[in-house]
Design a protein around this ligand. Structure first.
Ligand code: NDP
Length: 468
């Protein structure tokens, strides 16, 4: 049977190969969808091209009203959306609700942002006005870790700047995005914001289409590179938010209780499946034992189980491949001589559960330190020389985020300035703001998102020279 989506009164049929959506808490399928065939993807792009002719003339006032109505609809359906996120992604319900709430707030922030027009007056009386114009049709490829929120991070900057946009959600977590696009389409004209589904080559077919003017991608570096290669022939603009291997550096004067709670929260956020989660923790030797003890107590206090259970604080890893990858990294670290510091915890028999795992005594060069583990495991490394630890943090091929923890802000900021990452937090980590440009250095990305400059990445410049 084909998949039929009601996108707010617009019916879309997908007839390609079917795929299952698995609940990671049970490792069993709970939905079956069809992929979009090549012809159905082309049709969706053609509809978007047609819709762009009108949508590019939408006024800022109309966008304000539309974004307000969409955010309100999202809030009013928070429980239903959060339940879908938990079932397909695995995170506990309370965190899924946070994801929905953050998404609605993000839409309102974009709603309130003004797109500027630059103006210069030159000596001969000439006036130059520089406008930020929409690019056309944007393709968005979103991942499975924060499926609802990252879809909002892609779709709404595109819409705000008067582009049309087509999303391809991860095949692991398409349902909450389908719901989002259904809500959006209760308000927007047909073809302005659509979805295609699939696994295998849907993303490549969509992003390589010559009528796509820009691709927004969040996911692995390898796939980001493939998208960049495919964008050459039609000179597409590309923004890539890729992996990270964020280091947190805790100086000897940090407030231990505060640091332990915040560090645990941002290392194991979403079971560690967050591009800006803390992935390596460097702790000054004077406070190493005391901090480890506090982190172990927090790990041990987690209630592991299905996210739908209200007592659960710690859900499963999202998919079988990720589960195997994280397990293999833990096993490799143990083989290399590292110690698992957390005591063994019971996990449910079925589903992709890995208990929060803290690992110490890691030999240099361990894959768990050098690679992005993207799961509920945290390597902790002792240090006594700040310059060597800065060098070690910077040795990574990634450059997404990092953090410094200290009671002395000036000292922390001096360390922060030396980290080779697009974002550095002081006394926090993984805290996103719609005001701050979010930029991956090195293999962590290309271009950037958020802030006015991130929003303007969805536009092209037009300079009009006016001579009196
Ligand atoms: P990927 O990052 O590799 O992305 C898979 C998505 O990209 C699918 O939707 C896929 O669709 C699409 N895709 C694949 N090839 C292309 C292409 N050539 N052009 C356009 N789209 C394409 O995700 P994985 O799930 O495989 O995760 C692998 C690793 O990525 C994880 O282990 C983790 O380390 C990292 N990751 C990072 C995230 C982040 O937030 N930075 C989020 C999630 C994962 P299709 O199958 O139809 O082609």
């Amino acid at each position: 049977m084909n998949t039929q989506l009601n996108q707010g009164g617009i019916y879309t049929t997908f007839s390609g190969e079917s795929f299952e959506v698995i609940n990671p808490a049970t490792a069993t399928p709970f939905a079956v969808l069809n992929s979009s065939s090549a012809a159905e993807i082309d049709h969706t792009v053609n509809q978007a091209v047609e819709a762009f002719a009108t949508w590019k003339q939408v006024t800022d006032t109309e966008i304000y009203a539309l974004f307000s109505a969409i955010a309100a609809d999202i809030r009013s359906q928070k429980a239903e959306i959060a339940s879908l996120i938990t079932q397909e992604q695995g995170k506990p319900l309370f965190l899924a609700e946070v994801e929905v709430e953050l998404g609605a707030g993000w839409i309102e922030h974009l709603r309130d942002t003004e797109i500027p027009v630059e103006q210069y007056e030159e000596a001969n009386g000439k006036v130059i006005r520089i406008y930020n114009k929409p690019i056309g049709v944007v393709a968005s490829i979103t991942p499975w870790n924060w499926p609802f929120m990252i879809a909002i991070w892609h779709l709404f900057p595109a819409l705000k700047t008067k582009n049309c946009v087509i999303n391809k959600p991860s095949e692991y977590t398409p349902l909450s995005t389908i719901k989002l696009i259904e809500i959006i389409n209760h308000h927007l004209p047909a073809g302005v914001c659509s979805i295609v589904l699939g696994k295998g080559d849907t993303g490549a077919h969509l992003t390589a289409h010559p009528a796509i003017g820009k691709v927004a991608f969040t996911g692995s570096t390898r796939t980001g590179q493939a998208i960049l290669k495919n964008s050459v022939d039609s000179l597409k603009s590309v923004v890539l938010e890729l992996g990270g291997n964020d280091a947190a550096i805790v100086l000897e004067d940090a407030d231990l209780d505060y640091v332990a709670e915040k560090i645990f929260g941002s290392a194991f956020l979403n079971m560690g499946q967050t591009c800006t989660a803390i992935k390596r923790l460097y702790v000054h030797e004077d406070i190493y034992d005391a901090l480890v003890e506090k982190l172990l107590a927090m790990a041990q206090a987690q209630v592991i189980g299905s996210g739908l259970d209200s007592a659960t604080t710690f859900g499963p890893v999202q998919n079988a491949i990720q589960y195997q990858k994280v397990k293999a990294l833990i096993d490799d670290a143990i083989t290399q001589g590292a110690s698992v510091l957390t005591a063994k915890m019971e996990v449910p028999e079925h589903g992709y559960f890995i208990a929060p795992t803290i690992i110490g005594d890691l030999p240099a060069g361990t894959a768990l330190i050098d690679q992005e583990q993207f799961g509920p495991v945290l390597p902790i490394i002792r240090f006594n020389d700040i310059q060597s630890v800065i060098a070690e943090a910077n040795r990574s091929e990634f450059g997404l985020g990092g953090s410094v923890w200290s009671a002395d802000i000036a000292k922390a900021e001096a360390v922060a300035q030396q980290l080779e990452t697009g974002t550095v937090w002081i006394n926090r980590h993984a805290e996103m703001s719609p005001n701050a440009a979010f930029c991956g250095w090195k293999m962590s990305g290309l271009g950037h998102a958020f802030g006015l400059s991130g929003l303007l990445q969805f536009t092209k410049k037009q300079a009009i020279h006016i001579n009196p």
